[in-house]
Design a protein around this ligand. Structure first.
Ligand code: GLN
Ligand code: ZN
Length: 757
């Protein structure tokens, strides 16, 4: 201990809350996919997973982590694992002990059966399988996986802290399968089942259990809060210590409730919500340990040791070192495995990045008060703060100079609509598609060959041109009114744009699990964003030159690019969103100058950017809507701006959707049989709408009758001039034959409705 240096007073214990499970080289992905394809046996798959767990535990121990998690591993999803543990998997997949076959049947669609529904884990890009709650559930605890992992780690000499998703979170993440059923009524049975699990862990001599209740960082109903109270009152009798773990937001009004639970420990996220540290420390009971989540588990930037140490020192002063743990803010599931594989990043940018393994290093360095590490950290932080790559003066000036008028079209929608109708000469109920056409094996083969250098740029280009042309001819033959170029040149709707923009970098191996074996490699936004050259103009212009019908330009919106990237944390997200919007605005303007008359700006991620707390929604929606308007308002009234969303839960954000002021919005709605339109009708949504008339997630070809019936529903709530006719989403995952057949039927349905008007 060096006197006088506050940091060196700390000799704290450390914890990790969860480790990425894919493996350094995505071994889990390849093992799973090999097994599903019948190329690996069950034994081989399980052997890979055992090795991965061992490796991950050992590297956490080597890093110096004191509390190492187990049961954070999963073959597919940790929520599904909880359902298996508690014996509450949906009965339609079978009953009795869950075999590997049944486990995957619940997780993955097959020809025989539709899997459980999947949705996003809070505001992350991780998807979990949605529990299905109903009255008839019986709870039959199956400890196999949980105990296996505890024991496996023990064989390596590692005592773990098993992770469970807490009962309230599990209940609230599920859906009630029957109308009128309230899943909270399952609470007592659930508490009993958890009681059994915890008691068995105690028998197994497990000392601590990490019990995740991230819903404590969200708005809770009175009923939910009551269930929480009852649950943790019941757990007080269980002879294991509970680390009640919260993350992603502040506890706020749920703090008293959380403290009342009287668990042995509490974990809070002080990266997302630093302001909650003081009040939590003040509220803590004398016997409770506080786990301070001060290393960001959601993003890839280095931690400011100065800021984190200040929080730790303050906490230790109040609580004493023995009651403080240092930890990442949440599970490291949401960041890539390690930086070692990154050979192409600039060394300077790399020195600012920390992936899961490096984050463990930060946790340990902070806890030990390592002075050398602190000095190196301060140097890296200072370097990043002053780096010329972080700031683009021109962009900053542009943003500062924005005026109200830059966020609004020249004329209001009613005026624009007439101008556009005349300019485009479209019929009533115009037909269009959402952008992509089938990305066939052939398209993917050419892209891979080009990327690996086996195909020349010229040959690849020629192939893309041919694919685009034949796609346009197909659309003309089908009889669509507004055409698209098909998006054959795009690998991904964010990466394609990011590659053109300054301020973005790309990792080679920065994979993050999205769901099951599926991983994404988000681009890294490290500096101010700008557009050195046009991104899509060449393709749109080429496509328009092949046809007389309007060709829709196709862009990804600012919020979607933001949401699906690792975003810099040294300036507010809003700033970055507006910088992206400015770059897109230049693109939109250039498309207009190139003769494009319709442009679609996709924003499927607008909704998922919503903060976890309702009271924060307005603030976010305000700048998010402005970002869209900034991107799309620099054009003449003749330009028809479309937007697309992949979902239909609009009710609570409808005013913001209207405020985007897109001339046309298309969205998913076939599966809900146009139910969403009630909201649009009731709200008096003013602009045009293309409610998807068929679900593109399956190869099924709906007949004209069926789509006509849906359109009839639409014209009951909307004015006929408001209605567009299109599928639910892009067609890239479909095959050509079913696509052509379905679109023909769609055009027939539109024609029939037209003749009835
Ligand atoms: N234009 C994109 C496509 O058609 C939209 C994709 C999406 O909505 N996610 O593929
Ligand atoms: Zn979509």
């Amino acid at each position: 201990m060096v006197a006088g240096n506050a940091i060196n007073f700390l000799e704290l214990k450390t914890a990790n809350l969860g480790f990425p499970r894919m493996g350094r080289q995505r071994e889990l992905k390849f093992a799973l996919e090999g097994y599903w394809a019948g190329k690996r046996t069950e034994g081989e798959l399980l052997e890979v997973t055992r090795r991965l767990r061992a490796e991950h535990w050992q590297l956490q121990r080597a890093a110096g982590i004191d509390f190492i998690p187990s049961n954070d591993f999963s073959l597919y999803d940790q929520v599904l694992d909880m359902l298996v543990l508690l014996g509450v998997t949906p009965k339609r997949f079978g009953t009795g002990q869950v075999t590997l076959e049944r486990y995957f049947a619940m997780a993955r669609n097959s020809r025989k059966q539709t899997a459980m529904e999947m949705t996003k884990w809070f505001d992350t890009n991780y998807h979990y399988l949605v529990p299905e709650w109903s009255e008839g559930l019986s709870f039959v605890v199956d400890m196999t996986k949980l105990l296996n992992e505890v024991r496996e780690a023990r064989e390596l000499g590692i005592e773990t802290r098993p992770v469970l998703i807490g009962p309230l979170t599990l209940l609230l993440l599920g859906k009630d399968v029957a109308d009128g059923f309230d899943s909270l009524s399952l609470a007592d049975r659930l508490i009993e089942a958890y009681g059994t699990v915890l008691a068995r862990l105690a028998e197994e001599k497990v000392e601590w259990v990490q019990i995740d209740e991230p819903v404590l960082a969200t708005d809770l109903s009175v009923g939910a809060a009551e269930v929480f109270r009852r649950t943790y009152a019941a757990f007080a009798k269980v002879p294991v210590k509970l680390m009640l773990t919260t993350y992603f937001e502040r506890l706020a009004e749920n703090l008293p409730l959380t403290i009342e639970a009287d668990t042995a420990g509490l974990h809070i996220d002080v990266v997302r919500a630093p302001q909650q540290l003081d009040e939590t420390v003040a509220a803590l009971k004398p016997h409770q340990v506080l786990s301070v989540g001060c290393v960001e588990g959601r993003n890839i930037w280095l931690t400011s040791f100065a800021e984190a140490s200040e929080m730790l020192v303050k906490t230790v002063e109040k609580l004493g070192a023995e009651r403080v743990l240092v930890a990442p803010s949440c599970s490291l599931l949401h960041v890539p495995h390690d930086l070692c594989g990154e050979t192409k990043l600039s060394p300077r940018l790399k020195s600012w990045l920390r992936f899961a393994e490096e984050k463990l290093g930060e946790v340990v360095a902070l806890a030990s008060g390592d002075a050398d590490a602190a000095r190196a950290n301060a140097a890296a932080i200072a370097d990043r703060e002053t780096a010329e790559t972080s700031v683009n003066a021109k962009v900053r000036t542009q943003i500062d100079g924005l005026r109200k008028g830059d966020f609004a079209r020249a004329a209001v929608y009613n005026e624009r609509a007439g101008v556009q109708r005349d300019a485009l000469g479209l019929p009533l109920f115009p037909t269009t598609t959402i952008g992509s056409f089938p990305q066939t094996a052939e398209v993917r083969k050419h892209r891979a060959a080009f990327k690996q250098g086996h195909e020349t740029a010229e040959a690849y280009e020629e192939f893309l041109q041919k694919a685009t042309e034949s796609c346009i001819r197909e659309q003309e033959a089908i009889g669509l009114d507004v055409l698209v170029h098909g998006e054959f040149e795009r690998n991904d709707m964010v990466e394609y744009f990011a590659e053109f923009l300054d301020g973005f970098a790309f990792t080679e191996n920065g994979w993050v699990q999205s769901y099951g074996s599926r991983c994404v490699k988000p681009p890294v936004i490290f500096g101010d964003v700008s557009r050195p050259e046009p991104m899509t103009v060449r393709w749109s212009k080429y496509a328009q030159s092949l046809t007389d019908r309007p060709m829709k330009g196709m862009l990804t919106g600012p919020i979607t690019i933001l949401q699906w990237s690792f975003v810099r944390n040294d300036i507010p997200r809003q700033q970055t969103a507006w910088q992206i919007a400015l770059a897109l605005r230049e693109e939109v303007n250039d498309l207009e100058a190139a003769g494009i008359r319709v442009i679609q700006v996709d924003e499927p991620a607008l909704r998922e950017g919503l903060p976890l707390r309702h009271r924060d929604w307005d603030g976010y929606l305000d700048w998010a809507v402005k970002a869209f308007r900034l991107a799309t308002s620099g054009v003449r009234n003749e330009m028809q701006i479309h937007t697309h969303m992949c979902y239909c839960e609009f009710e609570d954000v409808l005013p913001s959707i209207a405020a985007l002021d897109a001339d046309v919005i298309s969205m998913e709605s076939a599966r809900s049989r146009m139910k969403l339109l009630d909201a649009f009708g009731a709200h008096g949504y003013p602009n045009e709408i293309g409610p998807g008339v068929y679900d593109i997630h399956s190869p099924r070809v709906p007949d004209a009758e069926e789509m006509h019936a849906l359109l009839k529903l639409a014209v009951q709530v909307l004015r006929p001039e408001q209605v567009w006719v299109n599928p639910d989403c892009g067609l890239k995952t479909r095959g050509w034959p079913e696509t052509v057949a379905a679109l023909r039927n769609m055009c027939e349905a539109a024609g029939r409705l037209r003749s009835e008007m």
